[in-house]
Design a protein around this ligand. Structure first.
Ligand code: AMP
Length: 520
């Protein structure tokens, strides 16, 4: 954004189902919104941005960044109660609503003390107010605060410093240009200013930051694909056909969805040079099929948690690596970032394990975010002892191993799961299931098809035997209550009642999840 002045104002900045927004239009809209925020709620505090991929979302994010204030993205899949809780925890004093908001959200925000900013500033206001000039502020200030699923039942807020985003942006720019991520980043103007970059992730998922950095950070075009297009494949593929995409950024799940369409191949996207994946395991079969359909493109796997700013490792998948099958490697660390495998159960300070020995993936260095906003527990953030450098590190909870210099992610050490790219703590879903009227115990299970996570199922045991039968089927009411607290992607497809006498327990008296899975 600091380089916007050198981008031709007529160049497309954002393309969405609603049309095209040029850099000049984006700049004007962002400036108007920035003025609106600064007047309604001066100061450095965070700003909640509500929406999906509407015309107003990207100007809202840019308005926050140009003011040097963190944005707190809330997708439309988030129920109002949860959105208000997020605003409260982040301390957002202002909100920009890019999508039509439910009445409960507007009233909840007002009750939480957040002013809803209408936007447009009086005409003729040029420079941004006060600290809002580009480049102002210090790198420790958060660029955004993202909320991820929390095992205690409440979402965890991760503030991500601007310096971390800058580091990530410089490195991922090199990856997108096809350069070796092991080499130091080259500062300066973008090498490929006319990239058209896919943005499939909602802005509340940090994969969207990869698209934002590669497109708007480099004078390119951000190409938005939202829920509505995904629900209407003919519209999706017709949009892709006219997109001119050069860089694909998505979850592997979305690419797999596209591969079901036979015409999803090079003639549909003739300019496409690179696929960049992150957020969940990339199956070797998906990568192989992409390379068959797009013989001139490269496929890159990248890995990282929100707590370490989008991604920290990357690798280009060569035929030799693909021949190794699943799991594919996630690559080498970004320059300056330290990623190592520590012995389980997570002594981050211990000497890194030698190649070939599995343990827990630990991350330290300039892309580290956090700590979590109170009152979340410290979670995976730790401080290494003075002898080990004394710096902060993040224990990822991912099992990993290094082989031939490349990191492999082997799955989770806890009950966090990824469903269609969304990060979920099964404990958070269980927390809300247990609070449903008449429910005694509950378990949330992830059901996979052909090894790929497909949907969630909840099993609940009623408080008293046969309560469920006496009151008719309670699951519609339960579903409605769950939907008040959990985003739509975290809702179980099915809630099955298991009578207390059939509720399986282990010898230690804990819920026997393996037995529940067999029951399914
Ligand atoms: P999020 O914070 O939503 O980006 O989720 C981070 C988690 O997603 C990581 O801790 C991993 O469990 C998983 N993940 C991210 N990238 C990959 C990848 N390339 N392969 C396997 N798992 C991944």
């Amino acid at each position: 954004m600091e380089r916007w002045a050198s981008v031709p104002p007529g160049r497309a900045a954002v393309v969405g189902p609603w049309g095209t927004m040029t850099y000049a239009q984006l700049r004007r809209r962002a400036r108007d919104l920035a003025w609106g925020i600064a007047e309604a709620r001066p100061g450095p505090g965070p700003v909640l941005v509500y929406g999906h991929q509407e015309e107003g979302v990207v100007p809202a994010l840019c308005a926050c960044w140009s003011l040097g204030r963190p944005y707190v993205p809330v997708d439309v899949s988030c129920p109002p109660l949860r959105a208000v809780e997020i605003a409260r925890r982040a301390g957002a004093g202002a909100a920009l609503l890019a999508a039509e908001a439910p009445a409960e959200l507007a009233s909840g925000l007002a009750a939480a003390g957040a002013v809803v900013v209408a936007g447009a500033a009086p005409a003729g206001r040029g420079r941004l107010p006060g600290a809002g000039r580009p480049g102002a502020g210090d790198g420790a200030q958060p660029a955004y605060v993202m909320f991820t699923s929390g095992s205690t039942g409440q979402p965890k807020g991760v503030p991500v410093p601007r310096s971390a985003v800058r580091h990530f942006a410089a490195w991922i720019g090199e990856v997108a240009a096809g350069r070796d991520p092991g080499a130091p980043p080259v500062p300066g103007p973008a090498a490929a200013p006319a990239d058209v970059v896919l943005c499939q992730a909602p802005f509340s998922f940090d994969l969207s930051v990869m698209s934002l950095c590669l497109a708007l950070g480099r004078g390119g075009t951000l190409f938005l694909v939202g829920r509505r297009e995904v629900a209407d494949p003919p519209a999706l593929f017709s949009a892709l056909r006219s997109s001119g995409l050069t860089v694909w950024v998505s979850t592997p799940s979305f690419a797999r969805f596209c591969l079901a369409e036979p015409s999803f191949a090079e003639p549909m996207l003739p300019r496409l040079r690179r696929f960049l994946f992150c957020g969940e395991a990339l199956p070797a079969a998906t990568a192989r099929r992409l390379l068959e359909r797009f013989p001139r493109a490269e496929v890159w796997n990248t890995y990282g948690p929100t707590e370490a700013t989008v991604a920290v490792t990357a690798v280009r998948l060569t035929p030799a690596l693909l021949a190794g099958g699943d799991p594919l490697p996630v690559g080498r660390p970004a320059p300056g970032v330290r990623v190592w495998v520590a012995p389980e159960p997570g002594d981050a300070a211990a000497d890194p394990l030698p190649e070939g020995e599995p343990g827990e993936i630990v991350i330290a260095g300039p892309q580290l975010a956090g700590p979590y906003l109170a009152p979340a527990a410290s979670g995976g953030f730790v401080r290494l002892p003075a002898a080990a450098g004394g710096e902060r590190a993040y224990r990822s909870g991912d099992a990993g191993v290094v082989r031939a210099g490349l990191l492999y992610c082997l799955g989770r050490l806890d009950r966090q799961v990824k469903l269609h790219g969304y990060r979920l703590e099964l404990e958070e879903i269980e927390h809300h299931l247990r609070r449903l009227p008449g429910v005694g115990d509950a378990a949330a299970l992830l059901v996979s098809r052909r090894g790929i996570p497909d949907h969630l199922v909840a099993l609940v045991s009623p408080e008293a035997p046969a309560t469920a039968a006496a009151q008719g089927d309670p699951s519609p009411a339960w579903r409605a209550e769950l939907a008040r607290h959990l985003p739509s992607y975290a809702l179980p497809r099915l809630i099955r009642v298991v009578e207390p006498r059939d509720w399986p327990l282990t010898a230690n008296g804990k819920v026997d999840r393996a037995a529940l899975e067999r029951m399914l």
